[in-house]
Ligand binder design. Structure first.
Ligand code: C2E
Ligand code: MG
Ligand code: MG
Length: 755
């Protein structure tokens, strides 16, 4: 036997996948293919024994291989020889040499000091009866003993054959153990590969290590349906170019033929000097095949080890596919198979474009998409998105990145020239094709140019979102570009929200009440509760400024509940003080109205405080229409069934259709002060008149707001409007001034108003 070959992969390599085998590691035995000689050491101080052994074994082959004899004439000489040569199959050893126990001392040295556990030892004793104790035989793992006098050629051959066979078996077991250990260690490293090419590189190195050869082969991948040519993933040895640059082996290379054969037959193939391993991807899309030049046929045990290796590699491949899939999930939109928000942000971050080619990000949001989903079903909604994505992809140049960033919002990012408003709007103006039917969508677009996001993806998306929000709130169906003012405003809003949160907790908010009267008689019929925010520095912030901020942040729910409770509580106080201000009207934001259990909360507040529900009017605006008719209907019905009244505030400024309005269970229309103002100085009265008539037709009360002088009141009366409020009647007042006002009225101190 020759010493195991040192691996030629000698360049230092930090990669855990590509370790080089150490010289000390035994290779897998090559029983069947190996023709090298068995190395047998004879240690005896009797020259005749050496001569006899030489003679007996000359030209003899045992287990198919010749024998190479080595000689030592004393225990000491044997120690010297073993100091540098330990690759021995069997040692025939004399017990009595320099000293009576020199032989056993040498055995102890071999087994314990040198750690040679594989080499078999056969003891020669002087005369019969001098055989070592059984315990000694066991302790030193001694194969056999013979008394010198009894040794015949036949006996020697039998003993040697047994020892060699046992040596071979031990080596096989040892090699399998090491091989398995390699596989276990290698699998850990392969699992860390994290990427297909690295896994393939690692597999080549590990296989070579298992066979104790230098990596010399190729790894290919092919889609499971075998519709494409195999792609080379890794190459080593003669298949890697000298320069270290990978070369694609030509397709008619014999190794490629072998790889193709394994992939198409879906099995591993072992040849006289090579092998191709087939590693199925288990239906996950990719099969692997590894071709390795072995230079020899492989023995059974090695093939078995390779089987185990393949099972491991298959597990690693599956893991890798899983990781790939997770990566896809993290970076790709599952429905449309286009980049998602995360990928968009990373791609903008990584974009190194020519500074002369300015960039733009535009977010395209399909208006009323929730309505489409509700009306036509989610599957139809999905197909609308698919069709829109397809339209955008076909119409936009290939250097524009298309992503989906939210349920109904796409993002397009690329050269500004390709993303101008005309291009984009045109892309989606023509009806989409959904299930073969034309389907028209309207989109709102918010964009941001690169000088305003400085190459940072998160900024780009955030700014474009601010612009989009702007578009959706104020210019539905249009394009709004983010500008510096918008940035300032959005920062202000954020600051305002922080301060509003603090104000809410620090009681800087309070409620004022504006009386509402019957215009003809001047009788007090109610009062509208209006929230106020006075900052610690005395500055008053108008509700028009902070209510939208509260709406956007969700604070409106808590704030609205608080206004409702305060208003009900204050009305109760007034009633207890003996005043009767009629009902209190509380403004309700559409966000509150659409929130969970809104009606429950209102009704439970009334019940808890003990205020009759007829004393409360809720003012909603036409914008509730966007919640969907079913929702609005059911909430309104519950509230009205409980005895509350409901007014539509700012009527005429929204978009709701008359047909829609007619179906809603309401009590009162409030004419917005914009139309009331037109009545001043003889202005046109058409809208106010129309609303008054409409109210009558629908059987609703009509209340005008913003009445600033007596002439307006007179004109409204003439138009048929019965109720009103305004600075001309009374300004909104905090609780104490209101009480004083009520008191003064009760004493008839307010001319022109009938108590
Ligand atoms: P709104 O509900 O239409 O309230 C009427 C607004 O008109 C009040 O403004 C009131 O002060 C003002 N006003 C009353 N009479 C006159 C007048 O003769 N001339 C003029 N120029 N204005 C008059 P305010 O208090 O600034 O409230 C503005 C808006 O803020 C309200 O409009 C309402 O939409 C909202 N708001 C106020 N308080 C609340 C609240 O507690 N909750 C909700 N959700 N919104 C509120
Ligand atoms: Mg109001
Ligand atoms: Mg109003």
């Amino acid at each position: 036997m020759t010493a195991p070959a040192t691996s030629p992969i000698s360049e230092a390599n930090d990669d855990p996948l590509l370790w080089e085998p150490s010289v000390a590691e035994a290779s897998v035995p090559e029983a069947s293919g190996d023709s090298s000689a068995w190395r047998v050491l004879v240690v005896d101080d009797d020259q005749d024994v050496h001569a006899a052994t030489d003679f007996a074994l000359a030209d003899t082959r045992l287990l198919g291989r010749p024998i190479e004899l080595l000689h030592a004439h004393s225990a000491q000489q044997a120690r010297t020889l073993l100091a540098h040569d330990r690759d021995l199959a069997v040692i025939l050893l004399d017990v009595v040499m320099e000293t009576p126990d020199a032989g056993l001392g040498l055995v102890q040295h071999i087994r314990h000091d040198l750690g040679m556990t594989t080499t078999r030892i056969v003891l020669h004793t002087g005369q019969p009866g001098h055989e070592p104790e059984h315990e000694t035989l066991q302790r030193y793992d001694i194969n056999d003993y013979q008394s010198k006098g009894e040794v015949t050629r036949h006996r020697l051959l039998t003993t040697l054959t047994t020892a060699l066979r046992s040596y071979e078996q031990i080596r096989t077991i040892e090699a399998s153990r090491r091989g398995l250990q390699h596989i276990v260690e290698g699998s850990a490293a392969l699992l860390e590969a994290g990427e297909l090419r690295r896994l393939a590189d690692g597999a080549l190195a590990q296989l070579a290590r298992l066979l104790n050869t230098a990596p010399d082969g190729l790894v290919c991948a092919q889609s499971t349906d075998a519709t494409t040519e195999p792609t080379v993933l890794a190459r080593a040895g003669r298949y890697a170019s000298q320069t270290g640059q990978p070369v694609e082996p030509c397709h008619d290379h014999p190794a490629m033929d072998r790889l193709r054969a394994a992939l198409s037959q879906r099995r591993s193939i072992f040849g006289p000097d090579d092998m191709v391993l087939f590693i199925p991807g288990d239906g996950a899309g990719l099969d692997l095949a590894a071709y390795l030049h072995t230079g020899r046929p492989l023995e059974t045990v090695t093939k078995q080890l390779i089987d185990v290796f393949c099972v491991n590699l298959r597990a690693c491949l599956r893991n890798l596919e899983l990781i790939e899939r997770l990566r896809h999930l993290a970076y790709e939109d599952g429905l449309l198979r286009i980049p998602n928000r995360t990928q968009l942000i990373e791609r903008i971050d990584d974009d190194t474009h020519d500074a002369r080619q300015p960039r733009r990000l535009a977010l395209i949001d399909i208006d009323d998409f929730s309505g489409i989903n509700e009306l036509m079903g989610h599957e139809f909604g999905d197909r609308v998105l698919q069709s829109a994505a397809q339209r955008l992809r076909t119409l936009l140049p290939s250097d524009v990145l298309l992503a989906r960033v939210a349920g109904n919002a796409f993002a397009v990012y690329g050269p500004r020239g390709a993303l101008d408003p005309a291009n984009l709007s045109a892309a989606l103006t023509a009806p989409l094709d959904v299930d073969g039917q034309p389907f028209r969508v309207r989109v709102s677009i918010g964009s941001c140019d690169d000088e305003l996001f400085e190459g940072r993806g998160v900024n780009a998306v955030r700014n474009a979102q601010v612009a989009l929000k702007h578009a959706k709130q104020q210019h539905r169906g249009r394009w709004v570009a983010f500008d510096r003012d918008m940035a300032v405003r959005s920062r202000h809003r954020a600051e305002l929200l922080t301060r509003l949160n603090a104000a809410f907790n620090e009681n800087q908010l309070f409620v004022v009440y504006q009386p509402q009267i019957e215009l003809a008689s001047g009788r007090l019929i109610g009062m509208e509760a209006l929230v106020r925010w006075r900052r610690n520095d005395g500055q008053l912030i108008p509700p028009d400024t902070f209510i939208p901020v509260a709406e956007r942040s969700g604070l409106i729910d808590a704030l609205g509940d608080w206004v409702l409770q305060t208003a009900c509580h204050d009305l109760l106080r007034l009633l207890r003080l003996g005043f009767d201000p009629g009902r209190v009207a509380v403004n309700v934001s559409v966000i509150q109205f659409g929130g969970a259990a809104f009606a429950d909360r209102v009704l439970s507040t009334l019940e808890r405080l003990g205020l009759p529900s007829q004393r409360l009017e809720l003012e909603i605006t036409e914008s509730v229409a966007m919640l969907g008719e079913d929702v609005v209907q059911s909430v309104l019905q519950r509230l009205r069934a409980a005895g509350l009244s409901v007014a539509i505030d700012d009527f005429g400024t929204g978009y709701s259709s008359l047909a829609y309005l007619e179906r809603l269970p309401l009590d009162c229309l409030k004419i917005d002060r914009v139309f009331v103002r037109r009545l001043e100085q003889g202005g046109e009265a058409r809208v106010a008149e129309l609303i008054a008539q409409l109210g009558h037709k629908l059987g609703l009360r009509v209340l005008a707001e913003g009445i600033e002088d007596e002439t307006v009141r007179q004109r409204l009366l003439a138009l048929g409007c019965q109720e009103g409020q305004g600075f001309g009647i009374a300004r909104p007042m905090a609780f104490e001034p209101l009480r004083a006002w009520l008191e003064a009225r009760a004493c008839g101190a307010l001319p022109g108003t009938n108590p």
